[in-house]
Ligand binder design. Sequence first.
Ligand code: SF4
Ligand code: SF4
Length: 383
Amino acid sequence: MPATEKAGARPGRHATALLAEADRLMTVCNSCRYCEGLCAVFPAMELRRAFPDGDLNYLANLCHSCGACYVDCQFSPPHEFDVNVPRVLAQVRAESYAAYAWPSALAPMFARNGLAISIVAALSVAAFILGFAAWHDPAALFGTHTGPGAFYKLMPHNAMVVLFGAAFLYAILALVMGVRTFYRDIGDPVAPAFEPRALWRAIRDASTLRYLDGGGIGCYNHDERPNDRRRFYHHQTFYGFMLCFASTCVATFYHYALHRVAPYPWWDLPVVLGTIGGIGLIFGPLGLMIAKLRRDPAMQDEQRLGMDLAFLAMLFLTSLTGLLLLVLRATPAMPLLLALHLGVVFALFITLPYGKFVHGIYRFAALVRYAREHQAFGQGGAQ
Ligand code: SF4
Ligand code: SF4
């Protein structure tokens, strides 16, 4: 039965049928309240008597999709109430990414942001870099290049900075504009946005993935035995990404402040950070992809599975090409591997604001909002 035809759904009050269905579920849950100790969604829901679209987007992004409320619910299918909170909130979440995208004309990219587009973009940029090298200095494509400046035989450092700096700055701008609209829409009547205590609590909750534990017993995935594997893979992915980012920052500092030119020896800080982060970005995304493909389809938004897998695959490929480049950088394979690695990084940057990456940003904003509500109302439930 379509979501809007279900008893209690109020389509006229909402922008989409999914938001109407989320309103129906939250109204049922608000009467039941059996799950209030499981996560932050239910205590936040209990503060409300009505659910406008902004609040539903807030609750959806607060949900970590642990599945506990689906497994515990006495009204989940085949019950006629058809309460499936993880799936409906996952669908609303995905819709919210497109709704807040900047510029809005690019919102349809969320629907099309599949692996094929990312790989075509990566190969196109790799081909462009190889073509640039062939035109500029064909000898750079062949032979073995070692020592400081070896990477820049393919493409001068300044050209790389312009190309990747522009892509990175665009991604940051699009993400900031999107999250700004989201934060305004989820409403924050309590205090200024950067209240330090709330911010600290949100950082703690996000960095420990506090609400991906099903209320303490772990996350449900493909059967009714909860475990912490998804949280572990999420941590590997997140901290792997942060270490790789730190490696790039240190390398930039070396280049401009210390005038030390890449590539660096294996024991040097950018390489150590990048290697540890890269290993995390191999196993984390791989584990998450396997968990996603094995997950009970009843609990996930299968229509957007392609978007999730595309992002994980791009992280995996970024790391794989980076680690291969590290191992083979003193061989004739270096120019090809460097072009491939740069192509994948570029494709990752430009798809960041229109793919699954935004879930981390919106979820953090929702956690800030939750921490501020919690402070203001001194509420019980999931602490
Ligand atoms: S998910 Fe089910 S059991 Fe949990 S609060 Fe909602 S209706 Fe009640
Ligand atoms: S975080 Fe888990 S328990 Fe909470 S709403 Fe989402 S799926 Fe349900």
